[in-house]
Design a protein around this ligand. Structure first.
Ligand SMILES: [Fe+2]
Length: 102
């Protein structure tokens, strides 16, 4: 069973392109979760995690550009949250790589 299920009535932000990207993120997280549950080798979870990090960075950049264009008043606060999340995932990825090297 998937960890996350996209439900537009709950998660839609009303912008089709962002909803689509969020839905893709759900899928990437589910793929990673499934691989980890199956105990798949780090050689498989590592690339899935990398894919999630890259897609998330791309998504955040686009989302922040849209927020800036719309003069979203809480953009700076939102950027800090994005930055913190990317940092957490990158730290996790680094720990995973170190485990692989040990
Ligand atoms: Fe987002």
């Amino acid at each position: 069973m998937a960890l996350l299920t996209w439900d537009s009535s709950r998660y839609s932000v009303g912008v089709k392109s962002i909803d689509c990207q969020h839905s893709v993120l759900f899928g990437l997280i589910n793929d990673l979760h499934e691989a980890m549950l199956k105990g798949q080798a780090q050689s498989q979870t590592g690339p899935l995690l990398r894919k999630l990090v890259v897609y998330t960075q791309t998504h955040f950049t686009e989302e922040e550009e849209m927020m800036a264009a719309a003069k979203y008043p809480n953009l700076a606060e939102h950027q800090v949250k994005h930055h913190d999340l990317i940092q957490q995932v990158s730290d996790f990825e680094l720990r995973l790589k170190r485990m692989r090297l040990d």
